[in-house]
Design a protein around this ligand. Structure first.
Ligand SMILES: Cc1cc2nc3c(=O)[nH]c(=O)nc-3n(C[C@H](O)[C@H](O)[C@H](O)COP(=O)(O)OP(=O)(O)OC[C@H]3O[C@@H](n4cnc5c(N)ncnc54)[C@H](O)[C@@H]3O)c2cc1C
Length: 447
């Protein structure tokens, strides 16, 4: 680690002038943290971590100025979008500068199903501009209204829309990126095609993304439904059948085993006690086909919001993906969660019977390798760390893959292995190891 231990902040702030440096401790606390507290393990490790100074640049030139100052004084630099990550990705472990991207929020152009944006554009704000032009985001996290596109691509994986378009890392979703380096003479590099994945889901450890080109989807009128089932396994089979239904346009297939629906207090009148449910989004033209499929699985549609109602009233997506965990934790703070690729319904069934009420199953179906698969964001009744590790170990021993949300280290989460391309890119663009230090295992192991 080569960062300065006791920087002279007075001189540094003078050099950063006329940029506005935020030093107020309340603001710094807010801008240092994210949703790490969903994990009791991360809560204990990260609650006290803070940056020293936060800056909100508005142009690429200002980003370059910050990069030059960081290199000159060997200051750690942590990039932050909206700070909605779940693994402490944007929490500075070694202090230094927080670069907040929320004012780098321009949409540069949108043409023929491709958009070029700055990283701090919020996803809902983007769609508001894009939809009248016939296009929309292919996928977004359930933090759609608050999170930034740059933060999603650097720290997220997939979400609403992944049932059709797969995950962010699937070829063709993220097309290009411009990145500011922290070399001795910082500069802007452009990455295209496969090269772009040197910086996607890298937690901001190897470059400051200042521009992105993303592929869009044709806009469709989405309606939202709640469907209830007497038992969870039937709900899960319905979820798989809907995911596999090639003629139905869909954006969300989210299935929740009882008692998870009881945590959705605002949806109470649509969720009879003891039932399991599916929360789905299908195109308006697919509603009849959906209703026929629901009949085949003896489900009941208890809520149907037409596309015209748009963002008014309930937004079902805000009960899915990791919003499920948010609502459940609001009722019982002792709950935490896991992220799992089950791949098959047989594996889901096995885990459902094995863990019973200790691990309540929440499935998000997504497209992987050309087919719909069940992934889990299960709710876990937390007792202690050893038991949590046992639960993870059992899943892995039985062939389910866990993307561990209880670590802030890049490789120990979803990847499991060192991403050589990301490491080599870091060596080239961040030779002093200043970017989000402590997050990339490969970096300190090779040092
Ligand atoms: C209730 C809840 C629900 C969620 N649901 C989902 C979901 O459905 N799917 C999903 O994938 N995630 C989900 N998340 C996690 C998170 O909300 C998303 O990944 C979100 O897109 C992150 O965006 P952000 O702007 O908040 O990024 P931040 O949290 O600010 O940053 C995330 C990471 O990206 C880096 N970063 C940000 N901007 C840049 C940049 N310009 N250049 C380089 N690095 C950068 C940061 O350093 C950090 O490591 C959820 C979180 C919560 C709390």
């Amino acid at each position: 680690m080569t960062a300065t231990r006791s920087p002279n902040w007075e001189i540094i702030q003078q050099e950063l002038s006329p940029l506005d440096c935020i030093t107020d401790s309340g603001q710094i606390t807010k801008l240092s943290l994210d949703y790490y507290h969903f994990s009791p393990i991360l809560q204990a490790q990260l609650a006290e971590k803070r940056g020293d100074v936060a800056i909100r640049p508005t142009t690429p030139e200002e980003v370059l100025q910050i990069a030059r100052t960081c290199v000159k004084h060997r200051l750690p630099l942590t990039v932050r979008g909206a700070g909605t990550g779940n693994y402490g990705q944007c929490i500075p472990l070694e202090g230094g500068i927080i670069l907040d991207t929320t004012r780098l929020n321009g949409i540069r152009w949108l043409q023929d199903g491709v958009a070029c944006v700055e990283p701090g554009v919020k996803m809902a704000a983007f769609d508001k501009e894009a939809r009248p032009q016939g296009w929309e985001l292919r996928m977004y996290p359930s933090t759609y209204r608050t999170a930034t596109i740059g933060g999603f691509i650097s720290g997220g994986s997939g979400g609403i829309g992944s049932i059709t378009y797969g995950q962010l890392r699937d070829r063709g979703n993220v097309l290009a990126a411009k990145v500011v380096t922290l070399e001795d003479e910082p500069r802007i590099l452009e990455l295209r095609g496969d090269e772009v994945h040197q910086v996607t889901h890298a937690y901001g450890t190897n470059g400051i993304i200042i521009e992105l080109e993303i592929a869009l989807a044709p806009v469709l009128p989405w309606s939202e439904q709640i469907i209830v089932f007497d038992d969870f396994l039937t709900a899960a089979r319905f979820g798989q059948a809907l995911s596999d239904a090639d003629g139905i346009w869909k954006k969300l297939v989210s299935v929740h085993a009882a008692p998870i629906p009881s945590y959705f207090t605002a949806l109470k009148s649509y969720l009879p006690e003891g039932k399991s449910c599916a929360l789905v989004m299908v195109s308006q033209g697919s509603e009849q086909a959906l209703s026929d499929l629901v009949g085949e699985y003896n489900g009941e549609i208890t809520y149907n919001k037409s596309s015209q109602e748009g963002q008014k009233g309930l937004i079902l997506a805000e009960y899915t993906w990791n919003h499920t965990t948010l609502h459940a934790r609001a009722v019982d703070a002792n709950l935490t969660y896991l992220q799992t690729f089950y791949f098959t319904l047989e594996k889901v069934e096995q885990m459902y019977h094995h863990f019973g009420d200790e691990v309540m199953i929440h499935l998000e179906f997504l497209r992987a390798g050309g087919q719909g698969i069940p992934a889990g964001l299960q709710l876990v009744r937390f007792s202690n760390e050893d038991r949590l590790q046992e639960i993870i170990a059992y899943h892995e021993a039985e062939g389910a893959v866990i993307a561990n949300p209880h670590t802030y280290i890049l490789e120990d989460g979803g990847r499991k292995t060192i991403d050589v391309a990301q490491l080599n890119f870091k060596k080239a663009v961040d030779p002093h190891g200043l970017m989000n230090p402590g997050k990339m295992r490969a970096w300190w192991e090779q040092s």
